[in-house]
Design a protein around this ligand. Sequence first.
Ligand SMILES: Nc1nc2c(ncn2[C@@H]2O[C@H](COP(=O)(O)OP(=O)(O)OP(=O)(O)O)[C@@H](O)[C@H]2O)c(=O)[nH]1
Ligand SMILES: [Mg+2]
Length: 311
Amino acid sequence: MSEAKDRIPAFPSSPVPGFRSGFAVLIGRPGVGKSTLLNRLVGQKVAITAAVPQITRTRLSGILTLPYTQIVFVDTPGLHRPRHRLGEWMVEQSVRALRDADVVLLVLDAGDGVTPEDRAAIARLGGVRAPALAVLNKIDRLPPGEMVARLAAVGGLHAFAGVVPVSGLTGANLDGLVQAIAGLLPEGPQYFPPEMVTDQPEQALVRELIREAAIKSTREELPYGIAVEIEEFTRREGKDLLYIRATLHVERDAHKKMLIGKDGRMLRAIGQRARGDIETLLHSRIYLDLWVKTSKGWREREELIKTFYPE
Ligand SMILES: Nc1nc2c(ncn2[C@@H]2O[C@H](COP(=O)(O)OP(=O)(O)OP(=O)(O)O)[C@@H](O)[C@H]2O)c(=O)[nH]1
Ligand SMILES: [Mg+2]
């Protein structure tokens, strides 16, 4: 049993004999669709996604509880070659998650073929004891008739326990994926109550939804240099209103100007976009108070990374 599991008290219930449970860790190069898959598998948006790669920054879980299994999916930042301290920290998050895996899900993009970055991600499986499934995602992008050859090519890359074609976008064959994972998990208890969908506290989900709104509203290099810090999160009694004050940190003054926009238009648009998502998530009216601050070169600064992403 891994250390992580030793710390989690088993939920007091009596699952069926032969119940299987454990951690299924999603890894792969940035942008292959790990977070989209996670959201679809647990039926709720627990991770933010975007058309640009290197979006997920921390490990986070999405929990699927079925009558015969409980799978704790662990989403990770994409495995890539880091260019700054934040990137190194992100890759460390992925590598640490791999150590606790019961099953590894190595995700590939069927539309792209196998890239050198995919090969580098697969090479990371060398030291991992847990069985690995290759998950060939985005099969909706694959021309008809190419599936068999593609599955065979992927199967030849590593001693995978299986190769499973899916689409996180359309939901195709996700049942097949869940069955393949359950078949590789050890027998074990239900670690979490069935209604629990993620290990992230509300404030972390809100922080990410604000970051996603900022990413989707901006372009070029700006999305990568944004970090969100929640400064206040209070329920205004008697008003059915949650007051959230958050600061968007950027690396340069020029970026601060861009994020605020002419007459504050950009920041207002980000706020509107985020507010809708947060209200859906929390089923509550919110007042969102956004600020922008330059935190010079924060992606190279360990102390700031730790402040923005406390463990
Ligand atoms: N066509 C298609 N697009 C998909 C599918 N799954 C994900 N995408 C798209 O791929 C892009 C990246 O998806 P993410 O889920 O953010 O990818 P990721 O692997 O989590 O990326 P990082 O967090 O940056 O490592 C988004 O634009 C998704 O909409 C799929 O099955 N089919
Ligand atoms: Mg992601």
